[in-house]
Design a protein around this ligand. Structure first.
Ligand SMILES: *[C@@H]1O[C@H](CO)[C@@H](O)[C@H](O)[C@H]1NC(C)=O
Ligand SMILES: *[C@@H]1O[C@H](CO)[C@@H](O)[C@H](O)[C@H]1NC(C)=O
Ligand SMILES: *[C@@H]1O[C@H](CO)[C@@H](O)[C@H](O)[C@H]1NC(C)=O
Ligand SMILES: *[C@@H]1O[C@H](CO)[C@@H](O)[C@H](O)[C@H]1NC(C)=O
Length: 374
């Protein structure tokens, strides 16, 4: 699913950051790992003259947001968690009282020093957000969790496609109405291009020029919705990526084919919502056909009580107000535990060689997670 809703709301919304509301703010669930978490943003210059969404089909840059482990302890007033424009957009679109999301805070520290790695760079995870939203910042809970356990997680936001993107130079870009001729496949192609350009050119450049301690060889890809579909496409096409995980995205491109061209030939994991594919008929056929063609390690699990939006931070947002958020019946805090545990377990296994029992069958600790023999 991706959003074709009017985006004019951003341009017209008068956003007032209410400082007194920050003082009484609610914090998002904090990461549970041994490290604190830093965040930095980088403009990735990439001239694209066939952008399906940007005005006149030209875009010149996208945004990379890096979450990473740091030893620095958060201090001072808590920081707002979302860009105010993003918060206002989802308050309006998903039926929250104005200010509910804008007043949330997080312990993620902009610009904090990287944790000392003693020459062994952090394993890197590439993350793709939902098509047309939520943007990378709307998956902060999961991304910060992974960073608190030692991963560097790089999320890529495409301007004009996401409801709002702010570049490090201060320029904010509001989303546009996604044109009617933009298909999920064209959005997937756009994501595959951004992922490839980032992995082949810009990640090695950031490591070289800015001395970022990110591994360019121990690397996994994951994402939400279209971002999850593209993660598997990128795992298939990029020799740099060792494994891929899809959070509730209908497959697109090669992995969606019902033949051997769907084979990623690397470890893959489909983790999705209950309604997504329980029915062999009427469900999402790509999640039925894809596992048939895989020749390497694979896992497929569905989480009872979830809907699509439980696979981003909305699973927490929905707990803030009755009737808002449009996500499923599962307790949002339980779903956060599930996503944190299973996503980390998969990358711990496929990048670090650490086994975890929760990947190998139904778990008494997480009864909502339905394990499929594939
Ligand atoms: C900031 O960066 C973006 C992305 O490269 C660019 O489109 C915009 O023009 C820049 N703004 C200024 C004021 O330089
Ligand atoms: C997918 O391929 C399998 C095996 O070739 C075949 O049995 C099945 O009917 C195909 N399904 C669809 C929907 O094309
Ligand atoms: C999960 O949902 C499926 C389909 O509704 C059902 O068959 C199954 O019993 C449920 N599993 C658990 C553990 O609730
Ligand atoms: C939106 O929220 C209000 C107040 O919580 C509620 O009365 C209403 O039913 C909600 N609308 C939808 C479509 O969920």
């Amino acid at each position: 699913m991706w959003l074709k809703n009017a985006r004019a709301v951003i341009a017209s919304a008068l956003v007032i950051l209410n400082v007194s509301s920050i003082a009484h703010a609610t914090a998002i669930p904090p990461p549970t790992g041994p490290y604190h978490v830093g965040v930095r943003k980088y403009t990735i210059k990439h001239y694209n003259d066939h952008d399906p969404i940007a005005p006149n089909h030209v875009s010149t840059a996208f945004l990379a947001t890096v979450f990473y482990p740091t030893a620095q302890i958060p201090e001072g007033a808590p920081k707002p968690y979302l860009n105010p424009e993003t918060a206002a957009f989802y308050e309006d679109a998903w039926n929250f009282t104005s200010g509910t999301l804008a007043s949330l805070t997080s312990t993620v520290q902009p610009g904090a020093p990287f944790l000392e790695t003693r020459g062994a760079p952090h394993p890197t995870l590439l993350f793709g957000p939902g098509g047309g939203g939520t943007p990378v910042e709307g998956s902060t809970i999961l991304l910060a969790e992974l960073a608190s356990h030692g991963y560097a997680v790089v999320g890529l936001d495409h301007p004009f496609e996401q409801p709002f993107v702010r570049f490090p130079n201060g320029t904010g870009v509001a989303g546009v109405d996604i044109p009617d001729d933009v298909t999920a496949e064209s959005l997937n192609d756009l994501r595959l291009e951004d992922n490839a350009v980032f992995l082949d050119l810009h990640l090695p450049r950031l490591v070289r020029e800015k001395q970022l301690p990110l591994s360019t060889t121990r690397l996994g890809a994951f994402g939400f919705s279209v971002g999850g579909a593209a993660a598997l496409g990128t795992a298939q096409s990029s020799s740099r990526v060792a494994s891929g995980l899809n959070l509730d995205g209908t497959l697109l491109g090669g992995p969606a084919l019902n033949n051997s061209a769907a084979d990623v030939r690397k470890p893959v994991y489909l983790l999705g919502n209950e309604g997504h594919t329980f029915g062999e008929e009427g469900g999402d056929y790509t999640w039925v056909s894809f596992p048939r063609w895989q020749t390497a390690y694979q896992r497929k699990m569905l989480i009872n009580g979830t809907t699509h939006l439980d696979f981003c931070d909305d699973t927490f947002w929905k707990t803030l107000e009755d009737g808002a958020g449009y996500a499923g019946s599962i307790d949002g805090f339980e779903q956060i535990k599930i996503l944190n545990a299973y996503v980390r377990a998969f990358f711990d296994l496929t990048l670090l060689g650490r086994n975890s029992a929760i990947l190998d069958g139904p778990s008494p600790e997480f009864p909502e997670v339905v394990y499929f023999d594939v």
